[in-house]
Design a protein around this ligand. Structure first.
Ligand SMILES: C[S@@+](CC[C@H](N)C(=O)[O-])C[C@H]1O[C@@H](n2cnc3c(N)ncnc32)[C@H](O)[C@@H]1O
Length: 267
């Protein structure tokens, strides 16, 4: 698909305005590889035509479909290990002693992150103490998370064998579904992180990992301050391994988990 410089700029601006996702200066190939088939299937003749249609009032469904295709949903089970180790050894025991607690997985993708947390709660005998809400901007990926069906190849990415046996039912020769006990544990909701301040209540723990890398500095700060406001005093924020708070963020204490780190909201 040929994309002119001006159509690319128009698309890039729209995507950032609606999702925060910042495309580089010459990522035409990425737009083309992610949207060419969709345009063909939808009988849309060009990127300019797509933009004209999206900008018409009441065409939010088309925008959602484009966003679904432009998000990067790369994820895996127990990603980076250390957040889950720290949860298991320190935070789950600490918060369960006090009663019930709430975890928010912001930008949960296809569910591997919240399901990894649900498995930890189950294995620590505190299943009923922890409540998990998982949100994402992409409705397509949230549908997949809610279904909880994964191919063999997805299960090989970080899921220990014993957990496959314990928490999944076979669907067919190539697919497995996570057991309903864990599926029912998680409340999924569509949520755009750009819409800070958030109205989900206050949390003891927030995971917002590997999404802010796609945002501008300004949007990162806005989202991070919204997340910090959604934490209870003494609550914890996990970011991706290559992400950190920005200069203009509200004050948080940094705790080293060796490896990795987690931020705590001052009490
Ligand atoms: C790379 S995945 C990270 C998934 C998981 N947190 C992890 O670390 O494995 C990034 C996710 O962020 C979501 N996302 C992108 N922009 C978003 C926004 N503005 N609001 C909420 N989610 C967004 C994408 O749909 C995608 O599922």
């Amino acid at each position: 698909m040929e994309i002119s410089a001006s159509d690319y700029d128009r698309f890039k601006n729209l995507l950032e305005r609606k999702s925060g996702i910042l495309l580089g200066d010459s990522k035409q190939y990425l737009v083309s590889s992610r949207l060419a088939n969709f345009l063909k299937e939808s009988n849309i003749s060009s990127l300019a035509d797509l933009l004209d249609q999206i900008e018409r009032p009441s065409n939010s469904q088309l925008l959602q479909k484009v966003i679904d295709r432009m998000t990067t949903n790369e994820t895996l089970w127990f990603r980076d290990s250390y957040p889950f180790e720290y949860m298991k050894k320190t935070l789950i025991p600490e918060f369960s002693k006090k009663g019930s607690f709430k975890i928010w997985c912001a930008a949960c993708s296809s569910g591997q992150e919240p399901f990894s947390l649900a498995m930890l709660l189950d294995e620590s005998g505190t299943f009923h103490n922890g409540n998990i809400i998982a949100t994402d901007l992409s409705s397509r990926i949230l549908d997949k998370a809610e279904q909880g069906i994964y191919q063999d190849i997805e299960l090989k990415r970080g899921l220990p064998q014993d957990k496959l046996k314990k928490y999944f039912d076979s669907v067919d020769s190539n697919n497995w579904q996570i057991k309903s006990k864990l599926r029912n544990k998680i409340r999924y909701q569509s949520m755009n992180l750009l819409n800070a301040p958030f109205n989900l209540g206050k949390f003891e723990i927030i995971f917002c990992r590997n999404v802010l890398i796609y945002f501008s500095q300004e949007n990162k700060t806005k989202v991070l301050n919204g997340l910090i406001d959604s934490l209870k005093p003494g609550g914890y924020l996990f970011l991706g391994a290559s992400e950190s708070l920005t200069r203009d963020c509200k004050k948080m204490d940094m705790i080293r988990c060796n490896p990795g780190l987690v931020y705590q909201k001052p009490i």
